[in-house]
Ligand binder design. Structure first.
Ligand code: B12
Length: 355
């Protein structure tokens, strides 16, 4: 249906940069306008959680230049729907979200030159026009959890670390390797933890506790993998700059170590120059990168350009939720991986080539 399609006009990089440079002014305007126009119910929701609105404005402000730079209008719709779901669950009314988009359009129009705004505002106007159709899509659709996933989730939420460990470890058997249990049970349960946080059913503290238990359990499972003899293979694993979701890479690093690889796991949010320097010095066989948030896709692109120049002989494997929106922008990587097992399979393929 025509109304459901976002315009596919390419935004020039200089205009995405223009938007980025003027963000402090634009976000101030957005904030003032929203506070002025807010309905009473929304003001009550704001009073209950004063930080959330500022966080949302800041996140949307990072999101806009990122989706323009990567030319991914679908991601703008997805992320907006996700923000709307989170705020909606905290009492913001339907009319607030139209005001939110209008405030951005006004903020951009009154700050940037018309030559810039005419490229930038069509996506926001289109999103505004689509708002009535978005309400049904705004609720994230999740497959129901299996009995196994549900039982594990209950242990996580109750912070029953030992019971959660016994439960997961008890699942290991021939034909069901530890990494499969991480993917089949732990990852869906953590996804549900994220959704429960979004819905306001659990707190950030609950989410952190669940993640930390999962980190511990991941090592317990990895310890059950046979330790293979040391190979002449090295891997460097890091999140792209700004990205803090590093648990997937930490688990992959552990699995590679069990496979005999020499591993540098750097993890979260390291500045690009430091990553580039470390990777140059190590010159690893494979660089595994992760990007969860769409806002960090431009940082992923910049880093990969630099790495291709500097470490032309290293393979680059890129994974994480954010990549799903922008596969076409990463044709220069050796492989895009959806799952941890894809990353391990890639490493095992290299091992065979060098056997
Ligand atoms: C734990 C968690 C955090 C932790 C991360 C801790 C850590 N050290 O990793 C903390 C608290 C830091 C965090 C912060 C934030 N988070 Co968070 N977080 C989560 C949560 C609950 C679980 C993520 C996780 O660890 N999953 C388990 C790991 C093992 O799996 P995975 O990351 O999904 O990766 C899978 C694949 O993508 C793949 N993979 C990933 N990378 C790679 C790389 C390679 C090479 C390979 C081979 C494979 C691969 O492997 C895994 C499965 O096989 C998710 C919920 C969800 N739906 O995922 C939210 C979630 C990702 N977070 C979210 C948000 C919004 C945030 C914050 C912006 C919140 C805030 N307001 O501050 C910040 C952003 C921080 C930043 N700058 O990056 C949103 C993202 C929404 C969106 N639309 O994208 C989610 C979806 C929650 C939600 N429902 O709203 N978060």
């Amino acid at each position: 249906m025509a109304t459901h399609q976002m315009p596919q006009n390419l935004i020039s990089n200089s205009n995405a940069d223009n938007l980025r440079n003027w963000l402090p002014e634009i976000t101030n305007l957005v904030r003032s306008k929203l506070l002025l126009d807010m309905a009473a119910a929304d003001a009550e929701a704001l009073a209950r959680n004063p930080a959330l609105l500022d966080e949302t404005i800041a996140y949307f402000g990072e999101l806009l230049p990122a989706v323009y730079e990567m030319n991914i209008p679908r991601a703008l719709t997805h992320e907006f729907a996700s923000l709307r779901y989170t705020l909606g669950k905290r009492g913001y009314s339907d009319s607030f979200f139209a005001k939110f988009l209008q405030a951005w359009i006004i903020g951009i129009n009154s700050t940037l030159e018309p030559t810039v705004t005419q490229e930038i505002t069509p996506w926001l106007n289109q999103l505004l026009g689509r708002l009535p159709y978005l309400s049904a899509a705004a609720c994230p659709v999740f497959d129901p959890l299996s009995t196994e996933q549900n039982a594990f989730l209950e242990f996580l939420l109750a912070r029953e670390k030992q019971k959660a460990k016994d439960y997961l470890v008890g699942m290991v058997k021939p034909g069901r390797i530890p990494l499969a249990i991480v993917e089949q049970v732990m990852v869906p349960a953590l996804c549900r933890v994220g959704l429960l946080w979004q819905e306001g059913s659990i707190t950030v503290a609950d989410e952190h506790a669940a993640t930390n238990i999962c980190r511990y359990l991941a090592y317990s499972l990895l310890d059950l993998m046979p330790q293979k003899k040391r190979r002449n293979q090295s891997a460097f694993l890091c999140c792209v700059p700004g990205e803090e979701h590093d648990l997937a890479l930490e688990i992959l690093a552990g699995a590679l170590e069990r496979n005999g690889w020499r591993v540098s796991f750097i993890g979260r949010s390291t500045p690009q120059p430091d990553l580039v320097k470390a990777i140059k010095e190590e010159n690893p066989r494979v660089i595994f990168l992760s990007v969860t948030l769409v806002t960090h896709l431009p940082a992923a692109k910049d880093l990969i350009v630099e790495l291709k120049l500097q470490n032309p002989n290293s393979a680059v494997v890129l994974g994480g939720f954010g990549v799903l929106f922008a596969r076409d922008s990463f044709t220069d990587v050796t492989q895009i991986a959806n799952q941890l097992s894809d990353g391990l399979a890639f490493a095992q393929k290299l091992e065979k080539e060098h056997a």
